[in-house]
Design a binder for this molecule. Structure first.
Ligand SMILES: Cc1cc2nc3c(=O)[nH]c(=O)nc-3n(C[C@H](O)[C@H](O)[C@H](O)COP(=O)(O)OP(=O)(O)OC[C@H]3O[C@@H](n4cnc5c(N)ncnc54)[C@H](O)[C@@H]3O)c2cc1C
Length: 442
């Protein structure tokens, strides 16, 4: 019998890796426990597409129709947008159901110890009711415990320490809606659903927010919320319920996210600032590429370095991309530039622009790792200052031969002539030509 791959954590990332590995023919055991708190999160259409693409079905039932989203930033309000609200308990229960139906062996237990061995990995789990423990053997380990994943002594890059306080309120049933608002010392996100439950989340800088002791957090949140006019509709006829839940929301990049017999995915590999509303999207991105990386590490060890480079470079690039998007969004808020929360975030992770203007002359053909037939392979791609990981295909056309043909054309030969030699279909030829011309080459 095949030694299984062990996945720790059954959130969107762990779940997506499990489904991908099952499709590649691996035996998979996933160990996870439900989140210990209730949360509603907002997602965009691309997360819905990502979940569909990963093969989730039951999980999709947790996703509501888009609802109104109001944003107040830098003193201006905008209510043109929508987002889809999801109850995370319902989403995660749907993911669990999908995994069972796909033939993944699912263990509802707390992971208490992880040990790497010569043969792979040993994981000790503790069952919730009986308290019994069991040790499982795996050929490979996928760490997908989200922000709860231990750092395991790995090098990590952290942004300013940030905390989000989530206070629950209950009031009469209302149409679902959400709002994002900036304030002097941070930003807030509010959501309410048809059941009248409200999720009021305040995000602060840990070092400078002067947060009170745990027992006083409820009062602190209510007082702060009363000062934010946009919170009023979410508090109307409603009362706080239970204690607020504190969630760390510091951006964290794991600079070593893969080894020969293990990989980190989702928030365990990189966790972004929730301001972007892209957490689940990012978690899915690193998870969707992981099965091919694992397959390569197990089946084609000669390509191990290539596979590791592929995973780490994508995790790192995605982290910085979203960190800079977040920075630019923080910069749009100019009312409190000298307040510590805003000042720090206007300059983190750096001052590099989000996009680098690129001309065709800067394009280079390089051999880089890509996913091909479920494995990581080295192929020729086009690298630009704005796309350092390389572009393999554009609109279904392999780009490296196009760029090579244009760059190496005969003296006096036109770009059109060089492209004609590639014998593309006429519509493809036209679209490639107009793309090259849009980059300033004639
Ligand atoms: C304050 C805040 C607000 C956010 N809002 C949004 C939003 O609006 N939209 C959005 O897209 N993203 C949002 N996110 C991000 C989103 O929650 C995460 O990016 C996403 O859930 C990561 O998925 P994951 O699978 O990597 O980890 P998780 O979803 O965290 O899954 C990890 C799983 O592992 C389990 N686990 C952990 N430790 C153990 C253990 N020892 N034993 C057993 N099981 C364990 C956990 O219970 C959990 O089920 C927010 C994050 C924060 C902090």
């Amino acid at each position: 019998m095949q030694t299984p791959i062990l996945i720790l954590g059954a959130g969107p990332a762990g779940g997506a890796v499990a489904l991908g590995l099952i499709r590649l023919g691996y035996q998979v055991v996933i160990i996870g426990q439900p989140r210990p708190f209730d949360a509603v999160e907002g997602i965009s259409e691309r997360v819905v597409e990502g979940l569909k693409g990963a093969g989730f079905k039951r999980a999709l039932q947790a996703i509501r129709e888009p609802s109104a989203r109001n944003a107040t930033w830098n003193g201006a309000s905008n209510s043109a947008n929508t987002e889809r609200l999801i109850n995370r308990r319902v989403l995660d229960a749907g993911i669990w159901q999908d995994l069972l139906e796909a033939g993944v062996s699912c263990i509802d237990a707390r992971i208490s110890k992880v040990q790497h061995t010569e043969a792979g990995v040993e994981v000790t789990v503790q069952y919730p009711d009986e308290g019994a423990t069991q040790t499982l053997q795996g050929a490979f380990l996928v760490e997908a415990r989200g922000r709860a994943a231990p750092s395991a002594g790995l090098k990590r890059f952290r942004g300013s320490e940030t905390v989000s306080l989530l206070q629950y309120w209950q009031g009469p049933a209302t149409p679902a809606q959400s709002a994002a608002v900036s304030f002097e010392d941070g930003w807030a996100w509010f959501a309410m659903t048809e059941q009248g439950k409200r999720y009021l989340q305040l995000t602060f800088d840990v070092a400078t927010a002067n947060l009170p002791p745990k027992a006083a957090l409820g009062h602190f949140c209510t007082e702060r919320l009363l000062q934010i006019p946009q919170a009023a509709p979410f508090m109307a006829d409603a009362k706080p319920v239970g204690e607020p839940h504190a969630r760390t929301s510091t951006p964290i990049l794991c600079e070593e996210a893969v080894g020969d017999r293990w990989i980190r995915v989702g928030d365990a590999a990189m966790a972004v600032d929730p301001l972007s509303g892209n957490g689940i999207f990012q978690a899915m991105s690193s998870a969707l590429q992981a099965p091919a990386v694992i397959n390569t590490l197990l089946k084609s060890p000669q390509n191990a370095e290539l596979a590791k480079q592929f995973h780490q470079s994508r995790v790192t690039a995605l982290f910085y991309r979203f960190a800079r998007i977040g920075r630019d969004f923080y910069r749009m808020e100019e009312q409190w530039q000298n307040r510590s929360f805003w000042h720090t975030r206007h300059h983190w992770p750096d001052d590099q622009p989000m996009h680098v203007a690129t001309t065709f002359d800067q394009f280079e053909v390089k051999t880089m790792p890509v996913v091909q037939s479920g494995e990581i392979k080295a192929v020729d791609v086009v690298v630009t200052p704005d796309q350092p990981l390389g572009i393999w295909h554009l609109g279904g056309i392999e780009l490296a031969p196009v760029v090579s043909a244009v760059k190496n054309r005969q003296p006096g030969e036109s770009i059109q002539g060089a492209i004609a030699r590639l014998k593309l279909e006429p519509p493809q030829e036209r679209s490639i030509l107009s793309w090259i011309r849009s980059l300033g080459s004639n």
